[in-house]
Design a protein around this ligand. Structure first.
Ligand SMILES: Nc1ncnc2c1ncn2[C@@H]1O[C@H](COP(=O)(O)OP(=O)(O)O)[C@@H](O)[C@H]1O
Ligand SMILES: O=C(CO)[C@@H](O)[C@H](O)COP(=O)(O)O
Length: 566
């Protein structure tokens, strides 16, 4: 019906957000809750706790539930008509795990609509009150062990789509078993952040999502099943321990558009949702992001959230230890290729703050004004009249790609030799251009094999908080050089939007024949209106400039190797 509504939630690092759309893909409501601001009692910083000594980063599960209570309350206060919602999907920050206690199923199934969710579930529904976060770097030992036992990074990447990564859920579960054996023992079920969120909505533990499960290092992507050898290694012990872990993980739902069941009665009674509002698998925030745009071959999404991620959709399952492959969230036979950086917006903010400290802008309405001016006042690579180029690496946090400790490095390249910079670097002003170039050169270096033989994209779509920044968009266009330019998705939250599209597709997709449905791509292309959804924010390829950055790639590769080995 024309007034039917569909919800896409996003449980990300710093916020929980929602977008409601109608059947014509038009957004009718957006709302969010910011953890640090709206749930201050948990005292998180940017949504997480950090234990620097052990390289641990984690988030309190109770805070997410409380924030969800607040978000639903905000929607109610805005007069949102929950009864019109026909379908719900969502996205969760990837890799984070939630450890449910044996009490969880009973508590989820008997929620009292007179009370908020959080006090009914926390702490009793959980065997562990914290969820390891994707920024965590504490699992070096577990990663080395798994990689060595399974036969190396290439083999792990072939099976699971990625080499082992500190943040991936398999190594994280293994660490919880090592560090908190009794909590692991008391765990009845393990969810990802995505399936945890679906469980809250269903009032029962939801299956894992077909795409998000690929962020665990446990799922054999080509054979569409858990890899029992890896499960055994993570579980320790013998056959019983392996089966116990398989049971804790539960099933994986292969159909991204499946109706998992109606929304739990709790929400019907408390908020007035319809009894037949369908819950569709909730996926990872990055898989959900690729659903926000009708991607064509050679198109790239650069998501500029807390993390920076580069995403492509491809029919080719081509693995490498330097990037990730995931099953596509809606379309069997397609895959999502991804690069992910920890040092995205927080690293840019650090340089921005250093510049504001020495050169505050007269434009007090834009905290990025001085940073942007500094970035755009220099030529590519800050090249001097003598031909010296500046290459920097800015990792306030340990980085994923390359696997590198925290630090800042500045280099001068004269085209043949590379050396660490001395006083010829105007710190911090020259850092503005250098950090943007560095982040884009790193993506260009690694995304090449996922793209054409030249490594040049057709379009770059920028999404997320950082895409509002014109200097960031310009340097992205200069370095990545897309032939058709850089486009910004005008709705700021791509993964919530992609999730809402997924909910709509799941409810309205045509049945082609028994068990075969209209594809997500066909469904979206028919309805999507480019003119209202995206804006051309940079011309992209500039003759001579793209080539100049191409010529600097080898030197940039060397700077990364230097940083990773120092
Ligand atoms: N004008 C801007 N320029 C650069 N960065 C920005 C701008 N506006 C917002 N951001 C950045 O966007 C980030 C949040 O993006 P968002 O996509 O909401 O992240 P997440 O989904 O990870 O919570 C913030 O860390 C902030 O630094
Ligand atoms: O770890 C990854 C992807 O592998 C991150 O992209 C997380 O999924 C968190 O994303 P944001 O909160 O930055 O959107």
């Amino acid at each position: 019906m024309s007034d039917d509504l569909f919800l896409g939630f996003d449980l990300s690092t710093q916020q929980i957000k929602v977008i409601a759309i109608n059947s014509k893909l038009e957004p009718v409501l957006q709302a969010y809750v910011e953890f640090d601001v709206d749930t201050p009692e948990y005292k998180t910083h940017k949504g997480v706790y950090t234990n620097t000594e052990l390289n641990e980063v984690f988030a309190p599960v109770a805070m997410w539930i409380k924030a969800f209570d607040i978000l639903l309350g905000k929607m109610q206060a805005a007069g949102f008509n929950f009864a019109k919602v026909r379908g719900i999907s969502g996205a969760g920050q990837q890799h984070g795990s939630v450890f449910w206690s044996a009490e969880a199923e009973r508590l989820l199934a008997s929620l009292n609509p007179d009370l908020p969710l959080e006090p009914q579930l926390s702490p009793k529904a959980f065997s562990h009150d914290m969820s390891p976060n994707w920024q965590d770097h504490s699992t070096a030992e577990e990663c080395d062990y798994l990689e060595q036992k399974v036969g190396g990074a290439e083999v792990l990447a072939q099976i699971t789509g990625s080499k082992t990564h500190h943040r991936f859920t398999g190594p994280q579960i293994m660490r919880v078993r090592h560090r908190h054996p009794s909590r692991y023992e008391d765990t009845a079920r393990i969810s990802l952040v995505s399936s945890f969120f679906a469980s809250l909505l269903l009032g029962a533990i939801a299956p894992l999502d077909v795409s998000d499960v690929c962020g665990m290092n446990l799922w054999d992507i080509p054979n569409e099943k858990f890899d029992e050898e890896i499960i055994q290694l993570v579980a320790g012990g013998g056959e019983d321990e392996k089966n116990e872990l398989l049971h804790k993980l539960g099933k994986v739902e292969p159909d991204g558009g499946k109706n998992l069941g109606p929304i739990n009665d709790y929400y019907v009674k408390r908020y007035g949702f319809s009894k037949d509002c369908a819950i569709t698998p909730i996926t990872g925030d990055n898989p959900a992001t690729i659903l926000a745009l009708p991607l064509r071959p050679l198109d790239v999404i650069v998501s500029l959230g807390t993390s920076t991620t580069l995403l492509v959709s491809t029919p080719v399952y081509k693995t490498s230890p330097s990037y990730h492959m995931f099953s596509h969230p809606t379309s069997k036979g397609l895959y999502m290729g991804m690069l992910c950086y920890c040092n995205g917006s927080l690293a840019r903010e650090k340089v921005r703050d250093e510049i504001n400290a020495v050169k505050p802008s007269s434009d007090t309405s834009d905290v990025w004004a001085s940073f942007n001016e500094a970035a755009l006042s220099l030529p590519p690579l800050g090249t001097t009249a003598e031909g010296q180029k500046k290459l920097g690496i800015y990792f306030p946090l340990p980085e994923i790609v390359p696997d590198c400790k925290a630090g800042t490095w500045r280099f001068i390249s004269d085209g043949t030799a590379l050396r660490e910079a001395r006083n010829e670097w105007d710190v911090p002003l020259a850092d503005a251009r250098a950090i943007l170039e560095s982040q884009n050169l790193s993506m260009r270096l690694r995304a090449g094999p996922l793209l054409s033989s030249t490594g040049q994209p057709r379009r770059v779509y920028v999404v997320g908080g950082g895409s509002r920044n014109p200097a960031i968009c310009q340097v992205t266009g200069e370095v990545l050089g897309p032939s058709e330019g850089v486009y910004r998705l005008e709705l700021s939250n791509a993964c919530a939007l992609g999730s809402a599209y997924k909910a709509l597709w799941a409810v309205q997709r045509k049945v082609i024949r028994e068990g075969v449905y209209e594809s997500f791509e066909d469904f979206l292309s028919e309805r999507w209106d480019e003119k209202t959804m995206i804006n051309n924010v940079d011309e992209g390829y500039r003759r001579g400039v793209w080539e100049k950055y191409g010529a600097a790639l080898a030197a940039f590769d060397e700077t990364e190797k230097f940083a990773a080995n120092s």
